[in-house]
Ligand binder design. Structure first.
Ligand SMILES: CC(C)(COP(=O)(O)OP(=O)(O)OC[C@H]1O[C@@H](n2cnc3c(N)ncnc32)[C@H](O)[C@@H]1OP(=O)(O)O)[C@@H](O)C(=O)NCCC(=O)NCCS
Length: 199
């Protein structure tokens, strides 16, 4: 497989549905992009407020099909846009990728939306993209993401000590991996079949 990856038109669960990024939602994405607390949780890039023009260019490039990345919006089922998913470093030869997700709308934190979004992403990665391994990374202060990936069967594989410098101190980065046999043995709640989604 050497073609670019066409994002799925929709991955639908019971609480959330995931869709491709949509240009009409750019202002919501821009708001989350410039949120220092979200930046602290979901990226190692130091927070710098980005100008709209620069963000727009980046966002437009994310709308184009890529060989290595799939970016999706998270919508509450029949409701508003609440977050974003990044599937990155997709390596189709070795069948691995890296996932991250952000529920940008804080009203939706701690209510199971992240968990179902991750379940849909894993289903897509393993069953549609044909991955053998999905990785996730987190900083030591991000208890929610750690708990979420551990609860979804990921194994803590290692720690990069003092990886991140933030708040005048160093923080560890934890590396997690989920392999296909573990995923297949998991007793996840039944999700609608997304295997017809295009790759
Ligand atoms: C991390 C994040 C995606 C979790 O999504 P969520 O919808 O709030 O989480 P859920 O309600 O689905 O809960 C998932 C698990 O995390 C736990 N959790 C949620 N918020 C938590 C918190 N603040 N502290 C500790 N655990 C927490 C829940 O208890 C649950 O674990 P359990 O099933 O063992 O009880 C969300 O908080 C978020 O977007 N944070 C900011 C961005 C970020 O950190 N992204 C991850 C790195 S890319």
């Amino acid at each position: 497989m050497t073609d670019t990856i066409t994002p799925p038109s929709e991955l639908r669960g019971t609480k959330v549905r995931l869709t491709p990024l949509q240009i009409e939602n750019i202002h919501r994405h821009f708001e989350w992009n410039n949120d220092p607390e979200l930046n602290r949780m979901d990226t190692e890039v130091p927070y710098v407020e980005e100008r709209f023009g620069a963000f727009k260019q980046r966002f437009e490039s994310m709308l184009r099909p890529s060989f290595t990345n799939v970016d999706l919006e998270i919508h509450a089922i029949d409701g508003p846009l609440i977050g974003v998913v990044h599937i990155a470093d997709i390596n189709r030869h070795n069948q691995h990728c890296l996932v991250g997700l952000t529920i940008g709308d804080r009203d939706y934190w701690g209510k199971g939306y992240g968990r179902e979004a991750l379940a849909l992403v894993l289903q897509y990665c393993f069953e549609t993209l044909g991955m053998h391994r999905v990785s996730a990374e987190t900083f030591e202060y991000n208890a929610a993401w750690q708990r979420l990936v551990e609860g979804m069967g990921f194994t803590h594989e290692g720690t990069e000590r003092d990886y991140l410098q933030r708040d005048d101190q160093y923080w560890d980065k934890h590396i997690y991996g989920l392999l296909r046999p573990t995923y297949e043995a998991m007793d996840l709640p039944e999700l609608p079949d997304t295997s017809s989604a295009a790759t």
